[in-house]
Design a protein around this ligand. Structure first.
Ligand SMILES: C[C@H](O)[C@H](O)[C@H]1CNC2=NC(N)=NC(=O)C2=N1
Length: 95
């Protein structure tokens, strides 16, 4: 898996609104209704991460969820990160 360069990353980012390239990772923050809803979404995302064998750096404070995606094995952002970011968007939009 080869890491993408910055212009490739910025080009791919045009397809997923709300995400940005920050300090070597794709990053976004979501705000939900309350903690229960946030944690339920995190659980659904976690199953999909397992299925893709690709895992986020994330943090949750009450109803705020921050997600950072990069590919440790490649030392940067790869197409796997974009695939997972799009999946996360689908999960949240289907809610
Ligand atoms: C052995 C296993 O396939 C690897 O450690 C996978 C698991 N999940 C991963 N997740 C992320 N975000 N980056 C990786 O490089 C990665 N590698």
């Amino acid at each position: 898996m080869t890491k993408l360069n910055e212009s490739e990353i910025l080009e791919q980012l045009e397809d997923i609104k709300g995400w940005e390239y920050n300090e070597g990772a794709l990053e976004t923050t979501f705000e939900f209704k309350n903690f229960k809803e946030t944690f339920a979404i995190m659980t659904r995302i976690a199953f999909e991460c397992e299925a893709q064998n690709h895992h986020p750096e994330w943090s949750n404070v009450y109803k705020t969820l921050t997600i950072r995606l990069n590919t440790h094995d490649a030392g940067g952002v790869t197409i796997k990160d974009f695939k997972l970011a799009k999946t996360i968007e689908e999960i949240i939009e289907s809610d």
